[in-house]
Design a protein around this ligand. Structure first.
Ligand code: UD1
Length: 419
């Protein structure tokens, strides 16, 4: 077993380069199932969720080759089965993309019920509604989802809830369908645009991604044999931005799309931090104790739920009492118990948490309860006085590559040790 040990406090300074987006890559890789050719995907983050996605694709017959640390080729010309490895698909949430892609390509798929971070109930009714609207039959039972369609026909799909996964899944299942599909009340996150751009590069006809209405004109075939580079990770960039503020540091965050970070920039300025925008990089610094602020998480372009715990560390240290209202995931405040072990004064009640700011956090043994909670605990550990030990690293490794090396390069006293 491994743990991360941090000796703080450290004011983070220096430059960090942002990797490709996890949430785009975990959709683009399944999207290669639609392509009758070899795709080269660049800027793929080297994280465990990607390794699992690759193993699932290989289980279906894909040939995957890592060219270098962040580039892979995927050849899905000869798929061999419509049964995805059940143990792997039930390990993480984004395995639901295999359903949309395989329905399109093979007309049938069986996967394990998607797993992932325990953030509360994570239904997939909107995905299923979309597949059924296109003519698929979907059955769910004993932890297995079986979807089948002799033919997919374009249709209108109104999302009852703004869902990233369901929006992408309906795109995946409709690109090769007969006729036109219109997704209304679609999610607008940067990775939705990225998946649409990838599919369009391969010959799809998807219009309006990034707005709340996406139109997909079905095409006969996607040709592939092209190279595509995954968009920079909005959440990883936001994590380092908030790390700069929490540690009263000064970071140059390179290879990011600053437009994707506007809601985070606005909140950083509100708490007294400074953000300089250079288009593809941001300088973020903070010379004072953060001021209080109120946050409500929302679908893009609102403040992302996946940065709520990292923002929670900033607000734990703020001057005054702040409130966070979580509107996406009901169990996203589990990290507050861990921060309280470090001296924070947070009261979580249902969808809200109240942060009575303290001047200092103190090192303590803490447990990463999910992926973004893990990132928040690293930020807390770097800003805290004394030694913090973080356990349950498998959550962090799902979504952050070389996390301790990258914090160490910014001055943190952080290491991963076996125990
Ligand atoms: C994606 C992200 C995740 C992020 C979330 C919200 C990936 C792989 N994961 O998750 O990191 O926290 O977006 O930005 O991209 N819902 C339903 N029915 C459905 C689908 C969703 O009720 O069929 C609800 C969910 O319970 C949740 C809300 O809709 O309350 C948003 O979920 P959704 O956008 O689908 O999240 P994911 O795609 O799973």
């Amino acid at each position: 077993m491994e743990k991360i040990v941090i000796k703080g406090p450290t004011r983070l300074t220096g430059e960090v380069t942002i990797n490709g987006a996890k949430n785009a890559a975990v959709a683009i890789l399944p999207a290669t199932l639609l392509i009758d050719g070899v795709c080269t995907i660049e800027n793929v983050p080297n994280i465990s969720d990607i390794n699992i996605t690759c193993k699932i694709l290989e289980g279906l017959g894909a040939k995957i080759n890592w060219i270098d640390k962040h580039t892979i080729t995927v050849d899905c010309r000869n798929l061999t089965t419509t049964k995805a490895p059940l143990d792997l698909t039930s390990k993480f949430r984004a395995s639901y993309y295999i359903i949309g892609a395989m329905l399109s390509r093979m007309g049938e798929i069986e996967v394990g019920m998607p797993g992932g971070c325990k953030l509360g109930a994570r239904p997939i009714d909107q995905h299923i509604k979309g597949f059924e609207a296109l003519g698929a039959e979907v059955t769910v039972g004993k932890g297995i989802i079986h979807a089948k369609a002799s033919k997919l026909i374009g249709n209108s799909v109104y999302m009852d809830i703004v869902s990233v996964g369901a929006t992408i899944n309906v795109m995946l299942s409709s690109v090769l369908a007969e006729g036109t599909t219109v997704i209304d009340n679609a999610a607008k996150e940067p990775h939705i645009v990225d998946v649409a751009n990838f599919l369009n590069t391969m010959g799809a006809d998807i219009r309006g991604a990034g707005t709340d209405m996406i139109k997909i004109n079905g095409v006969k075939k996607l040709e592939g044999n092209a190279t595509y580079s995954v968009v920079p990770d909005q959440i990883e960039a936001g994590t380092f931005m908030l790390a700069a503020v929490a540690t009263k540091g000064d970071l140059l965050i390179k290879n990011c799309i600053t437009k994707h970070l506007e809601s985070i920039t606005a909140k950083i300025v509100e708490v007294g931090g400074e953000v300089e925008d250079y288009g593809d990089s941001l300088r973020v610094y903070c010379n004072q104790r953060p001021k209080k602020a109120n946050i409500k998480t929302l679908p893009y372009p609102g403040f992302p739920t996946d940065l709520q715990p990292q923002m929670g560390v900033v607000l734990s240290l703020a001057n005054g009492t702040s409130t966070i209202n979580e509107s996406i995931w009901e169990s996203r405040f589990q990290y507050t118990d861990e921060l309280n072990k470090m001296g924070a004064k947070i009261t979580a009640q249902g969808k809200s948490a109240f942060f009575e700011g303290v001047e200092k956090l103190y090192g303590a043994p803490v447990y990463s309860t999910d992926l973004r909670a893990g990132a928040a605990l690293i930020i807390a550990g770097v800003s805290a006085e004394g030694t913090t030990e973080i356990f349950n690293l498998e959550h962090i490794d799902r979504g952050y590559e070389d996390i301790e090396a990258r914090f160490r390069a910014l001055g943190a006293n952080i290491e991963r040790v076996k125990f």
